[in-house]
Design a protein around this ligand. Structure first.
Ligand code: FES
Ligand SMILES: [Fe+2]
Length: 340
């Protein structure tokens, strides 16, 4: 097993128009992304086979990508379908072909898988309740100067919220919360048992009646976190973050804020977008600072019993780094108590 066996978002579907090419990066790999004449996405290594020009600087005409240097033309599956200097003598061959990667389009995201074999048994993460009746999704994209593991740990970390997001997300008040944490099948799930409303300013939008809260935080290998709050029958809020490794210290995060507030869905949208982005901006700053210190002093972390969520996320990521399948790790369960 390898991190390259998984699917990574390279663009939102709406961002890739007909006859357009996008330059993207995943795990240090440069990619040119375009649609063929049938609208199907093609993802190629961003390098012309001829003299290594960057294909994403070229143009797309009728679903074919033309290199900006000498005009070689690439069709679906990356085959060279024309070489202008050869004119009528040009013959298409199976071997004259740019390097392509497998791709798919699900939930209005375009995914790529960098597996060298060109196949994978993994599936893209299914975005919960996306486009279901009664549900609304706001999509945000943000760049973090940190790695995927530290990003996902931040997204499912309660104790930082009172320090990094005071007033917006949570106020410090030393509330005792029991947490059941489980590591199973390459995932970690934390279920919070007796949480009551403590959402600062944000609670006006999230939980106006101050009702009881069901809350869980989940991590799915290798790069997805899912935070779910249920405040009542018509108050359900899910934050799904897909963390795309650009480089070892750079992550692009696609965040779906998906919610069901009944008749308030449309009215709530601008508030949720603004507050969501404000919270993410604070995390971007905290995570950039963390990486700055890691680069100077390394990442020798210390843990409390409350860090079990992080420790188990890291145990999964370490297995992947070793090329092992984290699903084979033994199932673990632990109850812990947090003061927040
Ligand atoms: S480098 Fe692309 S056609 Fe020459
Ligand atoms: Fe945060």
């Amino acid at each position: 097993m390898d991190v390259k066996d998984f699917w990574y978002v390279v663009a939102e579907s709406r961002d890739l128009k007909k006859d357009q090419v996008l330059a993207r990066k995943v795990m240090g790999e440069w990619l040119a992304v375009f649609r063929d004449e049938n609208g199907k996405v093609v993802v190629m290594q961003d390098r012309c086979k001829h003299r290594a020009a960057q294909l994403s600087r070229g143009k797309v005409c009728h679903g074919k990508l033309e290199c900006p240097y000498h005009g070689w033309v690439y069709g679906k599956e990356g085959h060279v379908v024309a070489v202008p200097s050869e004119g009528d003598n040009f013959k298409q061959t199976a071997t004259r072909k740019g390097h392509t990667y497998i791709t798919c389009e699900v939930d209005d995201y375009i995914y790529v898988c960098l597996a060298e074999s060109g196949t994978t048994e993994e599936k893209p993460f299914v975005m919960r309740h996306y486009k279901e009746k009664g549900w609304k999704t706001i999509r945000l994209v943000n760049h973090f100067d940190n790695n995927v593991t530290n990003c996902v740990e931040n997204f499912i970390d309660i104790p930082h919220t009172v320090y990094v997001h005071p007033g917006i997300f949570r106020n410090p008040r030393k509330q005792k919360i029991d947490v059941d944490v489980q590591r199973i099948n390459g995932a970690v799930k934390a279920s919070y048992l007796n949480e009551t409303d403590n959402f600062g300013w944000f609670s006006k939008a999230l939980n106006p009646n101050g009702g009881n809260i069901q809350h869980s935080d989940e991590f799915f290998m290798p790069n997805v976190s899912c935070v779910e709050y249920i405040f009542g029958p018509k108050r359900h809020f899910i934050i799904t973050s897909q963390c795309i490794p650009l480089e070892n210290d750079e992550t692009l995060v696609y965040t779906d804020l998906t919610y069901n507030y009944g008749i308030w869905n449309t009215l709530a949208a601008p508030i949720i977008r603004r507050q969501g982005q404000a919270i993410i901006d604070q995390d971007i700053d905290a995570l950039a600072n963390q990486m700055k210190v890691i680069k100077k002093y390394g990442d020798d972390f210390s843990n409390t019993s409350n860090d079990v969520i992080h420790v188990w996320v890291e145990s999964i990521q370490k297995e992947l780094e070793k090329g092992q399948d984290p699903r084979l790790l033994p199932e673990r369960n632990k109850r812990t108590t947090m003061l927040v």
